[in-house]
Design a protein around this ligand. Sequence first.
Ligand code: ADE
Length: 228
Amino acid sequence: MAMRIDILTLFPEMFPGVFGSSILKRAVDKGYLELHVHDIRAYTYDKHHRTDDYPFGGGAGMVMMVEPIARCIEQLQSERDYDGVFLMAPDGEVFNQQKANEMSMFHNIILLCGHYKGVDERVRELYVTGDLSIGDYVLSGGEIAAMAITDAIARVIPGVISDGASALSDSFQDGLLSAPVYTRPADFRGHRVPDVLLSGNPKLIDEWRMDQQLTRTRERRPDLLAHE
Ligand code: ADE
């Protein structure tokens, strides 16, 4: 059965390009993944279709109202069971490869894209099961975070990447960065591909790659090795 991701957003027009390209498109076309983008504005009651309002107690910025978000989530939850409702927020748990692997086992999830100054706290109290951040910086909204998370989940669903080994050899999958890769020509303006890769000796090539992974990780991301 395909994994299903429902995305709740005020900006549905941001998604078709990303969801209609590359691996995400293939995951959907091959039936591994269903992606549904919902416009929160369609769930408003009032005639002006307002989705945000001034913060109680004053202060800068607008706050996304609980009502339209609640109606959208309740509609979805009446149709099927969900494994989680995740709010995209800079103060959430930082998303990483392990989280992507774990979330790829879910059947149905909801990703809620926050905007403006935030989302009425009652959305968190009543509906949200987890908050996710894609890094320690502030985006204008959760849409790009939801796209990044959807992409990272999709590519580790078994079968999505036809070369089964490919997703597993990604940087981070074994806690290390990937080794450098090369393709033709073997000599580009005097910059040659390392001889070992042209040697035809699989054992030597494997050793070289492992060595490169360790060296790169030590140089660029020593924090990844710190726990050892
Ligand atoms: N919304 C705003 N900033 C974000 C971030 N860093 N991660 C997820 N959602 C966000």
